[in-house]
Design a protein around this ligand. Sequence first.
Ligand SMILES: [Zn+2]
Length: 126
Amino acid sequence: MHNDKTGHFKKRLAEELQKLENELQTLGWQNPTTGDWEAAAGDIDSSATESDELADRQEEYGENRAEIEEIEIHWRNVKRALQKIDEGTFGVCEISGDEIEEDRLEVNPSARTCKAHMEEEGELGA
Ligand SMILES: [Zn+2]
């Protein structure tokens, strides 16, 4: 892929990464050791003895956890794509090694596969 094209995707990916991190920060915090995102547990106030309130907090934690997991998958893909740009392997299907179609990258710059292997992208490991 030409450098000017890569530069275009790099800019888009960097913007997307920022946006995703902003979202993740509203839902939780990043573990500095593992780099993983953890759901905010909510401050359990020791005076909160009302079981309703505790249940609410647990529910909120569960919702944050689910939302983080979904955004985190996308966040990892964006980080991976940026790393590939640095390594010079951006735009290559991880399954077939073929070039990923440019229109596919326009829609999703963090795509890991070409169109023929889109269905299998979810099966790729972290
Ligand atoms: Zn492929």
